[in-house]
Design a protein around this ligand. Structure first.
Ligand SMILES: NC(=O)c1ccc[n+]([C@@H]2O[C@H](COP(=O)([O-])OP(=O)(O)OC[C@H]3O[C@@H](n4cnc5c(N)ncnc54)[C@H](OP(=O)(O)O)[C@@H]3O)[C@@H](O)[C@H]2O)c1
Length: 221
């Protein structure tokens, strides 16, 4: 397929998992890194997992230049510097935000306080790049299961963002991964709650030594 999906920070656990799954679904995937060599190595890893993969690795800037659909898959501390460097080049692009800012303190994992009192990472990103089509997705999906293309998935992917057409675009990409069901929850009012679920899942996973995700009941098929 033309129209590649770019994964910024695709050398990491979650980005690599998404790259593997979309490559298996027939998408062309471009992996981004701060260091191009790390991205080409990650592309080799995708090829080993999916023999038919159409994948290549570049530095993050080159991936932004080549893709209209991007996943921002870096730790929270990398988000603002990356967005500041990318600036207006992200305008009009679909930006899939998978980022959660976590605080691993006493008593367990909780959401970290965000700069300027931003209510969620998604809203912070949308504010920093107002012309990008930002959609929160995959925040409650553990990377470990994504990286094994043979592993059966069974999870809901909650989607929120201010642009309904952008949410629909991401829903189609979620549906391309067998076992994942997109659930459009509407605007950014739910962004904080989606991120809080990730903190909850981290605590569940630690306590029960599992890789839990979420699935809603009561929705139509
Ligand atoms: N892992 C999960 O199960 C999971 C689940 C839900 C959500 N998330 C969220 O998804 C995002 C990625 O998670 P991850 O586990 O894949 O993270 P990760 O492995 O720690 O990092 C992903 C990649 O980001 C790049 N990176 C690291 N520090 C950076 C910085 N300061 N600035 C720019 N790039 C940096 C690195 O790539 P290069 O060194 O090659 O540039 C790294 O390979 C995080 O925000 C996390 O909260 C993760």
């Amino acid at each position: 397929m033309a129209n590649p999906i770019g994964v910024l920070g695709g050398t990491g656990d979650l980005g690599l998992g998404l790259a593997i799954r979309w490559a298996a679904a027939g998408h062309r995937v471009l992996i981004g890194s701060r260091v191009a060599e790390r991205a080409t190595t990650a592309a080799d890893t995708v090829r080993r997992a999916v023999a038919t993969a159409d994948v290549a690795g570049f530095d993050n800037d080159a991936v932004i230049a080549q893709c209209d659909r991007l996943v921002l898959a870096v730790p929270f501390e990398g988000v603002e510097p990356l967005l500041a460097a990318a600036g207006p080049r992200l305008g009009g692009k679909l930006l899939i935000d998978v980022v959660v800012a976590l605080d691993f303190g006493k008593g367990g994992c909780r959401l970290a306080a965000l700069p300027a009192g931003a209510p969620s990472v998604t809203e912070l990103i949308q504010e920093r790049v107002p012309d990008a089509r930002v959609v929160s997705a995959f925040k409650n999906v553990p990377a470990s299961e994504l990286q094994d293309p043979a592993a059966a998935l069974a999870a809901d992917v909650l989607l929120c963002g201010r642009d309904a057409a952008a949410r629909a675009d991401v829903a189609a990409l979620v549906a391309d991964i067998p076992g994942l069901r997109p659930v459009d929850v509407g605007g950014n009012a739910s962004a904080h709650a989606i991120e809080a679920i990730t903190a909850l899942l981290v605590n569940v996973n630690r306590r029960h030594k599992v890789h839990a995700s979420i699935a809603l009941t009561g929705l139509p098929d």
